[in-house]
Design a protein around this ligand. Sequence first.
Ligand SMILES: [Ca+2]
Ligand SMILES: [Ca+2]
Length: 251
Amino acid sequence: MNRRRHSALALAATLGLCLTSVACGESADDGADATAEDERCNDEFNGPIDPSALIDDLEDGNGQIAQVGARNGSWWISTDDTAGLVTPPADMAPPAERILGKRCDSEFGMHVTGADFSEWGAVFSLGFRYTDKEEAIDVSDFDGVMLWARVGESHSSNVRIQFQDSTSHIEGGKCNPEDGNPDSCWDGWGSDLEPLGTEWQLYKIRFDTLTQRDFGLQGDALDLENVYAIDFSLDANAVFDVWLDDLWFFE
Ligand SMILES: [Ca+2]
Ligand SMILES: [Ca+2]
């Protein structure tokens, strides 16, 4: 699963990312703030009503996503294999990390830090299904994905969320596994997470607004019936310190 990724082109514009600009920290220190926090921490913002929409809440602390329906995959970190450092280490399922002070009712999230990769950077991925190889799932019942994220103060990278489908994923059988060709793999459908900040924010990403970066095989639209993975792409020559939490599909 050491998937080689290519990110030679500048990151795409921020089309398609709707941001609900609410923060959910642990800083409430008076009654008014506490009331505001209660509102931000309500069920609507922190998890799906439909249990089949849960992708992962990380609360079991391990690197496997929530086992829902056909979904049995795991989190994974890949890098360009240059001399950078990443924590947790690449090429294994990373454990979740305890959130000091919690985020609403959430006690665990995914936390990746690193720096100094010099070719294309690193990618933090969530594979939906695995048998003896990576498999696709059908997400056509849903309109998109919601998640919480924040970054650390030293963070200097873009974070592109992208979806790998039958066009861009090597197991789709259409794209060229070799980098640098007009039909190369891994040109997933995505958008930058923006704006990023050190407070937790809720991001709502609609499938019908995502674009490819135009370095590999191009499709007409994200193939909703064959989606393999969600990637969070991190830039080369940058410092990254990213938290992710509570990912779910929405209709
Ligand atoms: Ca959590
Ligand atoms: Ca888990």
